[in-house]
Design a protein around this ligand. Structure first.
Ligand code: MN
Length: 255
């Protein structure tokens, strides 16, 4: 979709002894040195897959590198095909954790879910009134709130007439064509969650900037998407204690 003159794009698959030998990082370094954008990841079939876009000369040099690989790799075969330019603005290593994510269910003045993503040393935070969904057709309002500390202390339990549970958590990967945190600053961020309930690709799309910016949280269509499934209703329990928010509230001191 980009019209950068002279830019071409390829998808490549590298077979052989290519995983666990630093292939992705070496490819990323070479791509950055060549001014090539895109991504590299380990595929489930043991190959290394990449998307690369840049000048034809730079792509030829990167393809030549793929045939060699880093020290320790043994390349058996490199398959390359031309694809459309997608407009990447970074060369990303996929499948690498960017830190942790956390989703709390929180009963305060109004019930809501807290979504927190570790970004640049803080937890970027959104209040999601209806919580996340695994159904790609469902868009959930997410209101940006102040960052939290990485170690926010007690995350679960009753306090001050309210209560919270850790509804899901795990590592996450940053995705998309734009590096983070610029992706968030521009209002469109794609990421992959590796939680117990939430898995696969998600996106945050800002619809109203400013203080308490409004975003939409949505599930991207992939093998973890579940049409018509209400994960919040079906899986209400804390991933820490197994308790639901109702149980925590029922056991809470009313004072
Ligand atoms: Mn909250």
């Amino acid at each position: 979709m980009s019209g950068r003159a002279g830019t071409r794009a390829i998808r490549a698959s590298v077979a052989g002894a290519v995983q666990g030998v630093g292939f992705r990082e070496a490819t990323r370094r070479r791509a950055v040195a060549l001014g090539v954008q895109g991504w590299v990841r380990n595929a489930e079939d043991g190959t290394v897959a990449l998307h690369a876009e840049g000048s034809p000369l730079a792509l030829d040099e990167l393809i030549a590198f793929l045939h060699e690989g880093p020290r320790g790799a043994s390349v058996a075969q490199v398959d390359v095909r031309e694809v459309a330019v997608e407009g990447h603005e970074q060369f990303a290593m996929r499948g690498v954790s960017a830190g942790s994510f956390l989703v709390r269910e929180h009963a305060a003045r109004a019930r809501h879910f807290d979504l927190r993503l570790e970004v640049a040393g803080a937890m970027r935070s959104w209040a999601v009134p209806k919580g996340p969904s695994l159904d790609p057709s469902v868009k959930r309002l997410a209101v940006e709130v102040a960052d939290h500390e990485l170690d926010a202390g007690t995350l679960e339990g009753a306090s001050g007439g309210g209560a919270a549970i850790v509804w899901d958590r795990g590592p996450y990967e940053q995705g998309g064509r734009v590096p983070w945190p610029q992706a968030l600053e521009r209002g469109h961020a794609v990421f992959v969650l590796h939680g117990q309930k939430l898995r696969g690709g998600f996106a945050l799309q800002r619809t109203r900037p400013g203080p308490k910016a409004q975003w939409l949280l949505l599930k991207r269509r992939d093998q973890h998407a579940r049409d018509g499934y209400d994960v919040v209703a079906e899986q209400p329990a804390s991933v820490l204690s197994g308790c639901t928010l109702e149980q925590v509230l029922a056991g809470a001191d009313p004072n």
